[in-house]
Design a binder for this molecule. Structure first.
Ligand code: GSH
Length: 206
């Protein structure tokens, strides 16, 4: 049984859990809930991952694997399935790029939330604006590529990353109404949220 340092608020942790459910590995992971942030440190987590980051996966022998991308790659290997493996080199690279775009949106979201938590004298409107602009541009790019997402046969790590990043925008940035100018991406996301892997891992403020 593997353990996963996790939070029901973390998009990166949810990406790992959605993939785990897609691979029928959900019950192989025992979740250890932890509350962390860039200045909210958890000594127990840091014993395993000095970077204080979730998700962090702990194996039976006590060794740790961290960064959601590394954990996702490991889970696909562990599941020993070809279902989520891309057929050829070009589609694999395309999916790595999708994962980077999804992770990138999550990173901008985490940075924005951190910026907004700063004391008012330290808050930087320029940083906040840049984080939101990068997010908007990435969403515009994905809207332009929505047909490629729709055309994917089955889920991939990249499509999971994008779907979770969009659900995290709904959770934390609902007022931005990302769907407003992105109808195709919105339709694709709606179909992803029907999957049981997404339903079983909903964000919860806890
Ligand atoms: N690149 C990392 C990012 C993970 C990340 O930023 N996690 C946040 C929570 S969503 C975290 O652990 N923050 C605590 C910290 O940075 O100290 C990944 O893909 O796992």
């Amino acid at each position: 049984m593997m353990k996963l340092f996790w939070s029901s608020r973390s998009p990166f942790a949810r990406k790992v859990m959605v993939l785990a459910h897609e691979l029928s590995l959900g019950d192989q992971l025992t979740l250890i809930r932890v509350a962390v942030g860039s200045i909210l440190l958890d000594e127990n987590l840091m014993k395993h991952n000095p970077l204080n980051r979730i998700p962090t996966l702990i194996f039976d022998d006590g060794s740790a694997l961290f960064d959601s991308r590394a954990i996702c790659d490991y889970l696909v290997q562990f599941a020993d399935t070809h279902e989520l493996t891309c057929a050829d080199h070009a589609s694999r690279i395309a999916d790595e790029r999708r994962q980077s775009l999804g992770d990138g949106i999550m990173e901008q979201s985490v940075l924005t939330l951190g910026e907004r938590k700063r004391p008012v004298q330290q808050f930087s409107p320029a940083h906040e604006a840049a984080y939101r602009l990068k997010t908007a541009r990435t969403l515009d790019l994905l809207e332009g590529e929505a047909e490629q997402l729709v055309a994917l046969t089955g889920v991939t790590i990249g499509s999971v990353a994008i779907a979770v990043a969009l659900s995290h925008l709904d959770f934390r940035f609902n007022e931005e109404n990302w769907r407003g100018t992105r109808p195709r991406l919105s339709d694709w996301h709606a179909s992803m949220t029907e999957r049981s892997s997404m339903k079983l891992t909903a964000f919860v403020e806890a």
